[in-house]
Design a protein around this ligand. Structure first.
Ligand code: ADE
Length: 239
């Protein structure tokens, strides 16, 4: 029988559900148990369920990796355990995407987060060691994502980054819905500077305009600052 243990209850009648498959699940536990993500879960907007890949191993020692055919350094996550895990999740719900976190995937950007935030069910597989058997990528994975041109020791942090970026976009997750819309990158512009009290700290003053109460002028100032900042720091975004 397929391994039907753990966390497979159907709970996302509304919201987005993200199933994350990892061989070091404890790396992820606390991340999703705090602040916005915790509130998103409590309000039923999003739920992240973490699965320990080892729970799906049929080996006595719960082995999930093996030597690479053809030799070479490093162990490779095998297809059998991963297939068992993915299929047992697929038996319960239909996934919009089955994502593999890998440095050779598509670069993760805001527009990818925007698109994924409209999903109902996502599955994210975290890689480890030297990688996973290529057949998993060919036959199960529908999308491969990299969070940047550097190599981390596993896909857990990238999976957390991607989940966070997606979940905060779901309407209702942030207190003020417009705050996700005014994030950096949403309109190819970096966000303008922000200030809070005191208006004068040891002579370092907040720009007058922000204290004026003049909404239209403030909006114009913010746009101007966004454009200036983008020109100075990320001119590539304006092209
Ligand atoms: N796994 C290891 N490095 C990664 C990266 N940069 N992006 C996504 N997954 C990864």
């Amino acid at each position: 029988m397929e391994n039907e243990n753990l966390n497979t209850e159907i709970t996302n009648s509304a919201g987005l559900r993200i199933d994350i498959i990892s061989c070091v699940p404890r790396l992820l536990d606390s991340f999703f148990d705090h602040s916005i993500l915790k509130r998103a879960k409590e309000a039923g907007h999003a739920e992240v369920v973490i699965h320990d890949l080892r729970d799906y191993s049929t080996h006595k020692q719960k082995q999930i990796d093996d030597y690479a055919f053809g030799g070479g350094a490093g162990m490779v996550l095998g297809i059998e355990t991963i297939a068992r895990c993915i299929r047992s999740l697929q038996n319960i719900r239909i996934y919009d995407e089955i994502i593999y976190m890998t440095p050779d995937g598509e670069r993760f950007e805001q527009k990818v987060a925007n698109r994924l935030s409209m999903s109902k069910n996502l599955m994210i597989l975290c890689g480890h060691y030297k990688g996973i058997d290529e057949r998993v990528r060919e036959h199960f994975i529908t999308k491969e994502i990299s969070i940047g041109d550097y190599v981390l020791s596993g896909g857990e942090l990238p999976a957390a980054v991607v989940s966070d970026a997606i979940i905060r976009l779901i309407p209702g997750v942030l207190n003020d819905e417009t705050s996700a819309l005014t994030d950096s990158f949403q309109d190819n512009l970096l966000a303008p500077p922000v200030y809070t009290r005191p208006a004068d700290f040891e002579g370092w003053k907040v720009p007058e305009i922000l204290l004026s109460g003049h909404e239209k002028k403030i909006a114009e100032w913010r746009l101007e600052q966004s454009i200036k900042r983008t020109q100075a720091r990320r001119p590539d975004l304006l092209q």
